[in-house]
Structures are given as C-alpha cells and as structure tokens.
Design a protein around this ligand. Structure first.
Ligand SMILES: NC(=O)c1ccc[n+]([C@@H]2O[C@H](COP(=O)([O-])OP(=O)(O)OC[C@H]3O[C@@H](n4cnc5c(N)ncnc54)[C@H](OP(=O)(O)O)[C@@H]3O)[C@@H](O)[C@H]2O)c1
Length: 281
C-alpha cells in the first residue's frame, strides 16, 4: 500500500494541492458497488475521487467518504456540471444538488463537463463557476474537454484562470497542443481515459511490453507512470481492488529519457471518445 504521504501532489493555480493519482468512478453505476469501490480505494490510500453529476453516483461516493472517517481536509473531491445544467441560474442549483448528494459543504474542484458549444452557454456557465468559487462552494474551478478556442473564450470573458482542463489523454492520443496551451497559462491537465478506457490493446503499442519487462511493472503501471512524469493528473477507474492497488503503486520507479521517448512515439492522434465540438448532448 502506498501511504498518502508518499504520493505525488501537484499545486494548482489557487495554491491548493491535488493528489496526482486518484480514482475515477465513471460507469460504476451500481450504488452498492460504487460505495464499495470508493471505500476500497480510500483504504488503499487514495485521497482523490473524480465523479460527475451525470455518473449518477455522487450519493454512493458521499456515503463512502462519510463511512471512511477520513478528515475532509485530507480528501480531494471533484464533480462536474452536466451540459443540461449549464447557465447562470441552472449551474448554482446543480452544484447545490451535487453537494447534497455528496454530503459535503464544498467540493475541491468543480468542472464544466463539456463546452457543448452548440448550446452557447459555456462562457455564462464559467462566470457562474467563478461566483460559486468566491462563495467557497468549490475550492477550485476548471473545465473539461475544452479546446484552446473554448479556453480563449472564457479567459477573455472571465476573471479566474481555470485550475484544470480535464481531457481525453492516453498513449495513442497525447494532446500536445491542448497541454502546451494550458502550461503557458497555469492550467494543469488531467487525463480522462488514462488507460485508453480499455478501448484498444495497450499491449499492442510498440515498445510498451518491453518497458514493462524492463521495470518489472505492468503495462498499465508504465502508462500511469508516464502520465505522472509528464505532469498530468490521472484517476484510472477500476472496480477491482487488486487493480486499485496496482494503479497506485507507481511511485517506486521512474522512466528514463529513453523510455519517455518510446512513450512519446506511441501518439497516433486517435481519440477513443467524442470530439469536444460534438459533445453537445
Ligand atoms: N471529463 C470527461 O468527459 C470524462 C470522460 C471519461 C472519463 N472521465 C473520468 O476519467 C476516469 C478514468 O477514465 P475511464 O474510466 O473512462 O477509463 P480508464 O481509467 O482509462 O480505463 C478504465 C478501464 O481500464 C480497466 N483497468 C483499470 N485499471 C487496470 C489495470 N491496472 N489493469 C488492467 N485494466 C485496468 C478498467 O477495468 P476494471 O474496472 O474491470 O478493472 C476499465 O475497463 C473516469 O472514471 C472519470 O472519472 C471523464
């Protein structure tokens, strides 16, 4: 088990810190299972949970957080406003509902889940997030699935620079442009689908098996370690306790420059998910 103190943390542009490895709970739909998985993760040393209104499991996450007895200040909890809740009045109401379901007074990070550009409301929603942060209902605010053009629009209209942009990011889709845009502006990148969501065979990526053998780690651990060394925040999802442990055990080895070059060469620019301009559900 990796004790929380041994895990890396990154500093957000708010000054707060975020554990670089967390647990994502997308598609853990069953209430009891979600509660069990979050409790398993917390027991293993995870302190960072990434959920969203649309995952419909905030109540289960909240129950696990409460049952764990872990002091609130040791936890980092993220949730996200769904597309249909975007807007000056809708978004504050959505966060109030999320907080009630989570059983929390505040979240550590509140994200606009998708820009949903055809709805035309993400700038207005960003301004609402700024007010929610000013009220202390979210310690930090950010966005998800934002391309540079969407970021430009909120930077232009708003007063707060997003702390985070959470985007699809894995070896076959490395998001160099979006990451460079964020780096220049103090926006940290979070990877969703850090393992490619299981939608392609990691083992078929050239050189990955060899890196796993070289370091005596699994291919998933190599991929997660690469994310960490790239300064990216990850929250791989697993319902299996042994995999939760495996995904956290990535702080006792390092990839060298040659290994990192092998990882970099895996970028084929192929998404496994939706393009942000098309995520208008
Ligand atoms: N902002 C967004 O639009 C957005 C979109 C998607 C996801 N997310 C967030 O990102 C989180 C992570 O992404 P994701 O869940 O989509 O995909 P992911 O973490 O890349 O992959 C999850 C898949 O990998 C398997 N897995 C996990 N650890 C493994 C290991 N050590 N060895 C082998 N297989 C392993 C899981 O299976 P088992 O569960 O069976 O172990 C599951 O099938 C989500 O949970 C969510 O919080 C955000």
């Amino acid at each position: 088990m990796t004790a929380p103190a041994e895990q890396a943390r990154l500093t957000l542009n708010t000054g707060a810190t975020i554990p670089q490895v967390g647990l994502g709970v997308f598609k853990i739909d069953d209430d009891a299972e979600c509660e069990r998985v979050v409790l398993d993760a917390l027991e293993l040393g995870y302190r960072h949970i990434d959920t969203a209104m649309i995952y419909r499991n905030e109540a289960a996450v909240g129950r696990a957080l409460a049952k764990s007895g872990i002091p609130r200040e040791e936890l980092f909890v993220t949730t996200k406003v769904w597309n249909s809740d975007q807007g000056a009045t809708e978004t504050p109401a959505a966060l109030a509902t999320s907080l009630e379901l989570l059983g929390l007074d505040y979240v550590d990070l509140y994200l606009i889940h998708w820009p949903a550009p055809t709805r035309g409301r993400y700038v207005e929603t960003w301004l609402a997030l700024e007010e929610l942060a000013a009220k202390g209902l979210s310690k930090a605010i950010g966005v998800s699935n934002f391309e540079p053009e969407h970021l430009e629009a909120i930077l232009e209209a708003g007063n707060v620079v997003p702390a985070i942009n959470q985007v699809e990011l894995h070896p076959a889709f490395q998001q160099r442009t979006v990451r460079a845009f964020g780096e220049q502006r103090g926006i940290l990148t979070e990877a969703w689908g850090p393992l490619g969501q299981g939608k392609y065979e990691l083992a078929e990526l050239p050189g990955l098996n060899e890196l796993a053998q070289k370091h005596g780690k699994t291919i998933q651990q190599i991929v997660l370690r690469w994310h960490i060394q790239e300064g990216v925040i990850v929250f791989p999802k697993s319902v299996r306790k042994e995999r939760l442990a495996e995904n956290l055990a990535v702080f006792d080895f390092a990839l060298d420059a040659e290994d990192m070059a092998v990882m970099e060469a895996m970028d084929s620019g192929k998404r496994v998910g939706t393009h942000p301009d098309d995520g208008n559900w």
